[in-house]
Design a protein around this ligand. Structure first.
Ligand code: CA
Length: 217
């Protein structure tokens, strides 16, 4: 699950954005104070940050400038319609995107999806290597032929390494809230993955935790 930090001191906007994002399956954290937001952005690996400019204690531009010295977390800045200067300054110092207030939530969601996708992640577990930007999975250098759902499920388990994932969690994240069908589909895809990885290479990658779900350690 992608974790989005919402830095916004107007509580009404923050709550609205947070609810919408959680409805879309994101995990969110809301912080209204600039300095606190900067510290949190450095301390945690957020998948994306929505950053308001006018904030108490430290403004958004300054947060971004400092953050870019240590991290490349995708940042979308929120600017008021009349503050073109903020937009230019933000992009200059490394914002990935901007959106002007007031904004349509669909537009913000689209920007979030586009910017999260750009983030590259390479996971390595033993001889298994997964590149989420190119969607390539290999085992000991050999390409694994996975369908999109198999790939997404594998990545979800790996992103949550050492945590037991329930069928319901996997279903919501990989298939989406609007998927109509039973959680058995998760078991079916786990079997596909095991056939292509565990069985093929004689390893025990995906463990079943009876009564709970699945885990990769
Ligand atoms: Ca503000």
């Amino acid at each position: 699950m992608h974790h989005v930090l919402i830095v916004e001191d107007e509580q009404k906007i923050a709550r609205f954005v947070s609810l919408e994002l959680e409805h879309e399956g994101y995990k969110t954290t809301v912080i209204g104070d600039g300095r606190e937001a900067y510290e949190s952005a450095v301390a945690y690996d957020y998948d994306l940050i929505i950053l308001d400019v006018m904030l108490p204690s430290l403004n958004g531009i300054e947060i971004l400038r400092r953050l870019r010295q240590v991290k490349d977390t995708p940042v979308i800045i929120l600017t008021a319609r009349d503050q073109i200067v903020d937009k230019v300054a933000g992009l200059d110092i490394g914002a990935n995107d901007y959106i002007t207030k007031p904004f349509a939530i669909e537009e913000l969601l689209a920007r979030i999806r586009a910017n999260i996708r750009k983030k590259t992640h390479v996971y390595e577990i033993g001889k298994l290597r997964i590149d989420t930007s190119s969607h390539i999975a290999t085992y000991d250098g050999e390409m694994l032929v996975l369908t999109k759902k198999e790939f997404d499920l594998l990545v979800y388990l790996i992103e949550n390494r050492n945590k037991v994932i329930s069928r319901e969690q996997a279903l919501v994240t990989v298939w989406g809230y609007d998927f109509v069908g039973s959680t058995n589909v998760v078991d079916v895809y786990i079997r596909y993955l095991r056939a292509k990885i565990d069985d093929k290479y004689g390893i025990n990658l995906i463990e079943t935790v009876r009564g709970f779900g699945y885990v990769i350690r």
